[in-house]
Design a protein around this ligand. Sequence first.
Ligand code: PMP
Ligand code: GLN
Length: 393
Amino acid sequence: MTSSVRPLLNRRLAEFGTTIFAEMSALALRTGSINLGQGFPDTDGPEEVREAAVRALRDGRGNQYPPGPGVPELRLAVAAHQERRYGLTYDPDTEVLVTAGATEAIAAALLALLEPGDEVVALEPYYDSYAACIAMAGARRVPVTLRPDGGRFRLDLDELRAAVTDRTRLLLINTPHNPTGTVLTREELAAVAELAVERDLLVVTDEVYEHLVFDGAEHVPLATFPGMRERTVTISSAGKTYSFTGWKVGWVTAPPALVTAVRSAKQFLTYVASGPFQYAVAEALALPDSYYADFRADMQAKRDLLASGLKEAGFEVFTSAGTYFITTDIRPLGESDGFAFCRALPERAGVVAIPNAVFYDHKDAGAPYVRFAFCKRAEVLQEAADRLRRLAP
Ligand code: PMP
Ligand code: GLN
């Protein structure tokens, strides 16, 4: 039964509408624009990884429901990766959970760990699914705004501390950070960790861009800090690291009690997903260090190409120390409304970008920022830069 006065979409989700990524990718298609909006590469990842998926399909591995926690080969490979890269040891049987991308891991973690009324402190701007999942859990988001400072977006540690109340259950962290491209420094992470320990908070940390840090910087997982392993749910995914965003293979590493909790929610979301791809990602995780170094160098060159184009076009360009993304300020172009700017950009320059304001509760704080993705072929970025130069004042 429906009622003419009661909207179909429930109150928890009503504010979210269609994701900006779907809206902007559709706009790019409709207008034939270069899509620097939604973050996905325009070339696939390594051929041997793609072949591994084909082999798994042909050999009948993963064509039927894989085990709920993920196929053993992938859980082993995730545990080995965490140990090799970060010295973090996780038991593949009890401390690793495979999910349908990081998206499901985020949803399952928040649905499992939050009670209605709990507060979640999250960095603003925040990836859009965080807000929706916190809402679906009936909890409340408390954004701590990253602010431009010295050419990058910075976390104010006093603001972070002040945001924690007796109702705070969880800190939701993302580094390298989408959309700003900020990578939290070791000092910032240490302060986050100290706060979590002092206030006895759970931490969910989204590290899907762990392999995309530039200029020789390093990614430091929050779980490596003192007192953190036991309270931290670390989330990552194959999409960004291996350039197969459509495969939707993600994972959680955490102590057994946290993995069990997250699995309790996950089993009723998808139950399982991406069977054959799980085997392929297990092989990808064992790629030699040279793969990661080459990947990073290639993406850094792309970042530099787009950043110089954006500067020439008149944007203020913030340093992107990681991720697929560059955040810009459009005010030097005489603009102040990122939404209006992005809606007009296809017409003005044949390019699509994302207005960062969608990732803010404090819409005014986010209004002048616009995000561009650089995970595209060099010639595409060059063409986009040439087109954007038309905007130069
Ligand atoms: N977290 C962040 C910060 C992201 O940018 C994305 C999008 N790629 C995701 C999570 C979702 O990852 P996945 O595609 O593996 O679900
Ligand atoms: N993570 C990608 C981005 O920020 C988009 C993923 C999605 O469309 N859900 O662009």
